[in-house]
Design a protein around this ligand. Structure first.
Ligand SMILES: Cc1cc2nc3c(=O)[nH]c(=O)nc-3n(C[C@H](O)[C@H](O)[C@H](O)COP(=O)(O)OP(=O)(O)OC[C@H]3O[C@@H](n4cnc5c(N)ncnc54)[C@H](O)[C@@H]3O)c2cc1C
Length: 548
């Protein structure tokens, strides 16, 4: 694979990029493109969150930031990552709240570390709005115009996109309350979320051969909260992600800097609607004065209810939305050298692995390495190695359909985007699968003795694998570190940004096979031992009888 230089591409130095959507991923992407010399315009449909005019109620108030996300922010700005880390609350593991055996009995809790906390393995509960503001503040520190600048336009949306031009993209942008305005950009990035308008524009017509699928999970979610305790104290342990696993439904809680907790109840739509129907019916407060929401919490989450208070619970139940969980799949993520989808616009997923944003941030890191590698930005940084190079499939070479000869890619940017789609597709499909599967682990497996045995074996083997005869060299750079010889699935997904998600699945499947064989071998040995023991006893008894 040859790296193209700018001289053979005939691209002018001043190149413009439009990033649609100033969500978390779009804003980080705008900063990354500016750092590579693009002249960036970032547009956002909503108002500037720093004006405090809109409440961020649509999605979780806080989210778990993990090393994949952190390393992606670091690849844009070391200073920014330091600021972001200061605002997060470390979560070393999950705190499982078991179901009380009988109503009124105390709830047992079990803290399960995610990895080696003493070595810094933790995730961080981070305010969604706070993180968004830190990213926007970072943009404010960049040049105001020309190369390396970002111009942010709030209350402005993309309404149309035309990809038919020989060079670049025509778009129509519309400021709130005004007529649409036609603009032209060299490159457009769609970071406009799961209901992306950029993606919808890419779906028009058959020329792009663009595939798309979306589907909703059976579960919806509702946000609740536990306030700070007396004298500004936390009412639950702050350094854990709290889970109340109850099978078909589940409650989780993450701490906030103001000492409150944000709780998310995940339940089937039918559970929410049947409770809502009961509330709506005239006898919702039935003869004994009970309320179905309070009843549910008394039975399933009594300790959470105690801290929340019945009144606050009922208010949140009534006022907060019960939102659906959407998965979005599409292919490819790009079109020529004109447009690319990132973040939820390309791969919305259920939140059960806490990776949606982290993975969106990783999109930005992977994209930056592609741009650098192919010299596709106005000021390329030193060409960086491709991420996950040991497992990266061969990058695509566009072919001429008639001669079957390789076609020279039109521009370095076209090469970079094609390589991005090739590298990212298996990773994104892998994390979407993992996110789906993790509901079962969070909502029921964490209580099962078999799961706890497997966890124990995992951590034993993980410790053994660090001993001198088995240990493998580790890289100091987290984006290249492939972890130890044996690591749990969660640890690889969450703490090893140097491993592509599909590589994580491959390694985990190999470990599962080894564990299964080990269990079979141990089972076989135990069985043989029991059989030999019984045989000896029988033989002994027979001898005794004979002697007698
Ligand atoms: C309950 C829940 C909990 C979660 N917890 C976690 C977690 O712990 N960890 C984690 O990593 N992820 C988590 N996620 C996932 C995470 O929230 C998303 O993956 C992430 O926010 C996606 O960011 P984004 O920037 O791609 O999209 P969005 O945040 O959706 O941003 C898109 C932006 O584009 C704007 N926009 C849309 N259309 C237009 C247009 N036409 N013109 C201009 N602007 C437009 C929107 O207003 C929005 O601001 C969770 C999700 C949910 C639902």
């Amino acid at each position: 694979m040859s790296k193209s230089t700018r001289s053979d591409t005939n691209q002018s130095d001043d190149r413009t990029a439009l990033v649609v959507g100033a969500g978390l991923v779009g804003t980080l992407c705008a900063a990354m493109l500016a750092s590579r010399g693009w002249t960036v315009t970032l547009i956002e449909y909503r108002a500037d969150p720093r004006l405090g005019t809109h409440a961020e109620r649509a999605r979780s108030i806080n989210l778990a930031l993990s090393p994949r996300g952190i390393e992606a922010i670091r690849s844009v700005s070391e200073e920014l990552v330091e600021r972001v880390l200061k605002e997060g609350i470390e979560m070393r593991g999950r705190m499982v709240h078991k179901k009380a055996k009988r109503e009124g009995e105390p709830v047992e809790k079990d803290g399960q570390d995610y990895g080696n906390y003493d070595e810094g393995e933790c995730i961080r509960s981070t305010s969604r709005t706070g993180l968004g503001i830190q990213l926007l503040d970072h943009l404010d520190g960049l040049p105001k115009q020309g190369r390396g600048s970002v111009t942010t336009l709030f209350e402005t949306k993309l309404v149309e996109m035309d990809l038919r031009k020989e060079h670049g993209v025509d778009v129509v942008l519309q400021k709130k309350g005004r007529e649409g305005e036609k603009r032209h950009f060299d490159f457009v990035v769609g970071g406009d979320g799961a209901y992306s308008q950029v993606r919808q524009q890419m779906m028009r017509g058959s020329r792009l051969r663009f595939d798309f699928r979306q589907y909703f999970a059976k579960h919806s979610y509702l946000e609740l909260s536990i306030p700070a305790g007396p004298n500004e104290t936390f009412l639950l342990e702050p350094n854990y992600l709290h889970i109340w696993p109850r099978g078909e439904f589940m409650l989780i809680a993450l701490a906030n800097l103001d000492k409150s907790f944000t709780l998310t109840l995940f339940a089937h739509d039918s559970t929410f609607s049947s409770i809502d129907a009961q509330l709506a019916s005239s006898d919702s407060s039935n003869s004994n004065g009970s309320n179905p929401v309070v009843e549910l919490f008394r039975k399933e989450f009594p300790d959470a209810l105690e801290h929340m208070g019945e009144e606050a619970l009922l208010r949140s139940w009534k006022e907060n939305p019960k939102d659906g969980l959407i998965t979005v799949e599409c292919s490819p993520y790009h079109y020529q050298d004109k447009v690319l989808l990132i973040g939820d616009a390309a791969h919305g997923m259920v939140p059960f692995y806490g990776q949606g944003m982290n993975c969106g941030f990783e999109d930005v890191r992977v994209l930056s390495s592609m741009l650098d590698h192919f010299g596709a930005s106005p000021s390329s940084l030193i060409p960086s190695p491709l991420p996950y190079s040991e497992v990266t499939p061969p990058l695509p070479v566009p072919m001429d359909p008639s001669s079957k000869e390789p076609l020279p890619a039109k521009t370095p940017l076209a090469q970079a985007l094609a390589a991005y789609t090739t590298i990212r597709a298996p990773s994104l499909s892998a994390i979407q699968q993992l996110a789906q599967r993790n509901y079962t682990e969070m909502a029921s497996s964490v209580l099962s003795p078999l799961y706890l045995l497997r966890r124990g074996l995992d951590s034993l083997l993980s410790s053994l694998s660090t001993l001198p005869p088995f240990a493998i060299p580790r890289d100091q750079d987290p984006t290249k570190d492939r972890g130890g010889r044996w690591e749990s699935l969660y640890r690889m997904v969450t703490f090893r940004p140097g491993l592509a998600y599909e590589e994580v699945i491959r390694r985990s499947e190999w470990q599962q096979r080894v564990l299964r064989r080990a269990v079979q071998a141990i089972g076989g040995a135990v069985f043989a031992g029991v059989a030999v023991g019984a045989g000896l006893r029988y033989a002994g008894r027979y001898r005794l009888v004979k002697v007698a």
